[in-house]
Design a binder for this molecule. Structure first.
Ligand code: SF4
Ligand code: SF4
Length: 398
């Protein structure tokens, strides 16, 4: 694709990076076949190729209209489109850069700005989010369906485990996960203990994904630096950092890319990301013999397209004796996508219902996934229990 970047932008490193990505695109449109928003809306501008053109126009005109911003905001950042692109266009990175420039040149509707600011203020702050969630859970039975869908039922921790401060495996607590599904990290600790191993737990706060994907790059990057400041001094004492929420894991894996222009943090970001593992990578050599259950597996987009671990959760569960119920459209996003379920509720609900129907086709006794957002979002659309896969495994060890 030929580009003529606006003279005022051409010298900015981020724009040069976006330009290089744009130039790889040959407008073939193969990517539209795997795009959930294009499948739902059938509008070229709600698919990856159309959005790529909108970002090209933005960087050429140094301006963008509100309608174009809405098409960009409707993107789930699921990166499914990258899997069918023959030219290796890094769409996710391009969108992140494009949304930041769009946010600086447009003004979102008042209500959207308020909701977005509230989410960014409350969700990463455990001291606010946890009591607010507990308050909501108290009144959940009285809530109308729409609100109930966004307030998960209270989850208790089912395993008694201990953190070992000098352990070589460091588990991240996460921000939303530590309040909404605290049993997940406890389950991972329980599985590690069952092998005779030990782990320590760190309360690292928000990884920065929430701000960054809501086009508040400066705040998101500030949070990323905080996480690095916490983890980097411990790197010599540990072998592995594990995130049990793939949405956070993929963000930490992207730190080197996001911070590559930051002279003080570029090398530290790489060092932190190099120690990061997903639980499937940590546990794949473990031998377990568990009773078989018919399980449907939803692999989060962050795990499939971001961490490149598609199929690994199923393989591990099968090795340990589970029967996996296959389902169609496994590549499509469930509609959770961070704050998407709140900011784009109609599209999000359509995708959730479609995903739940596909997952339920084989009448599984349980649906498992690997990210807190997907877990809670899917559970709001089905009576079938939805668990993190680590919880399912740890429950069978007790
Ligand atoms: S598949 Fe790749 S090269 Fe083709 S239009 Fe989509 S992003 Fe561009
Ligand atoms: S990231 Fe997902 S929603 Fe966005 S254009 Fe790509 S496939 Fe479509």
């Amino acid at each position: 694709m030929k580009t003529e970047i606006h003279p005022k932008l051409i010298d900015l490193p981020l724009v040069q990076e976006a330009d290089a990505i744009l130039r790889k695109c040959v407008h073939c449109g193969f990517c539209t076949a795997t795009c959930p928003t294009y499948q739902l809306l059938g509008d070229e501008l709600d698919g990856p190729r159309g959005r790529i053109y909108l970002i090209k126009n933005l960087l050429e005109d140094n301006d963008i209209d509100d309608g174009s911003v809405e098409h960009l905001d409707r993107c789930l950042t699921c990166r499914s489109c990258e899997t069918t692109c023959p030219s290796g266009v890094e769409y996710g990175r391009l969108l992140d850069i494009g949304k930041q420039f769009a946010a600086e040149r447009s003004s979102a509707p008042m209500m959207r700005r308020v909701v977005s600011s509230l989410l960014r203020f409350v969700v990463p702050r455990k001291v606010l989010f946890k009591p607010l969630l507990a308050f909501g859970q108290l009144f959940r039975p009285l809530m109308p369906r729409f609100l109930k869908d966004h307030v998960p039922a209270k989850q208790s921790i089912r395993h008694s485990v201990t953190a070992t401060p000098d352990a070589r495996v460091l588990l991240l607590s996460g921000c939303v996960q530590s309040s909404a599904t605290p049993n997940v990290v406890a389950s991972l600790q329980r599985i590690i203990e069952s092998t005779g191993g030990a782990s320590d737990l760190v309360n690292e706060g928000c990884c920065g994904a929430l701000d960054y994907h809501l086009a508040a790059h400066d705040k998101g990057i500030a949070r990323m630096r905080q996480v690095i400041d916490l983890l980097y001094p411990r790197l010599d004492e540990i072998d592995t950092i594990v995130s049990s929420a793939t949405g956070c894991g993929v963000t930490i894996a992207e730190y080197p890319d996001i911070l590559k222009y930051d002279a003080d943090y570029a090398e530290k970001a790489k060092a932190v990301a190099e120690k990061l593992k997903d639980p499937v990578e940590l546990l794949e050599s473990l031998e377990l013999d568990l009773s078989s259950k018919n399980v449907a597996v939803h692999t989060p987009c962050s795990m499939q397209h971001g961490l490149d671990l598609n199929g690994r959760m199923e393989t591990l569960l099968q090795k340990w004796g589970f029967t996996i119920e296959g389902h169609k459209e496994g590549h499509l996003c469930c509609g959770s996508a961070g704050t998407y379920s709140i900011l784009q509720p109609e599209l999000s609900t359509s995708l959730r219902d479609r995903k739940v129907k596909n997952l339920g086709a084989g009448n599984p006794s349980v649906i498992v996934t690997a990210n807190v957002g997907c877990q809670l979002h899917l559970q709001s659309g089905t009576e079938t229990p939805v668990m993190h896969w680590l919880e399912l495994v740890a429950d069978l060890l007790d």
